[in-house]
Ligand binder design. Sequence first.
Ligand code: CP
Length: 315
Amino acid sequence: MKNLLAASNLDRAEVLGILDLAEEMHEVQGREIKKLPTLRGRTIINMFFEDSTRTRTSFEIAGKWMSADTINVSAKGSSVSKGESMKDTMLTLDAMGVDCFVIRHAGSGTVQQAADWVRASVVNAGDGSHEHPTQALLDAYAMRQHFRSLDGGPVDGFEGRTVAITGDLLHSRVVRSNVSLLNTLGAEVLLCAPPTLMPTGADQWGVEVVQDFDEALQRADVAMMLRVQRERMSSGFFPSAREYIAGWGLTANRLRRLREGVAIMHPGPMNRGLEISSEAADAASSLILDQVSAGVAVRMSVLYHVLGGSNEGSK
Ligand code: CP
């Protein structure tokens, strides 16, 4: 695999291959000395045109633990702030002999565009409202661990499992990557959002659109809550915060009504008290920190697949 640009480019065997290798990588996290020699001599640039805590840090850790040289470049400290185009920036860095770019950008489709410009491998760390494939992979990793602990046995695909994804789906790249990946793994996906925050045509994504959040929670094995992205709402936040919490917030009351074994997920960063209450975020059934932890192992596996394996496949 040369690039990882979209979850929708991955077939089931590729997803399971990445998750299986991530399990081996997860063991490294528990060791006192974490370095593997796997990517020694390779250079990775984390190119972030948009802010990030989890994704940028975990890609940096992943690269370092595999002995790659990792360099962080952000738009603010680079010549982008002087008006240099993204294309010139990418070509300039590519000419230095970089092996892989991990790119986050506010524009949907820009990461695919960058992959067409450069010789190096490219991994999408989130482009606009388009895709965030490594988030969906780490979410699948955390779900698989959860289902295993419930079943007490091996779990590959997600047939017979229901995942309810609720929140600001309109602006979310996480929902698009998760729907693709969960469909590939055989899960039933329910989407729930205020009508103003439901993408047009979402009912054609191989999911069921459910109007009533309480019904979605009743049917779910996993309740994945997504952030209200106020920074992407130019004309204000509608419905109001009070209406949002009443209709679509995972409140302490709704937490108490969840069936036993239902896992709570959120990719972060969270708006505590809006889409998710602190009681739900910090509940014993919350996988939120498991998701963060899985992020390092999954990104190690992804970097291995694009840099350490063959250069055939997913473009
Ligand atoms: N989930 C996620 O992408 O978080 P960051 O924006 O902190 O990277």
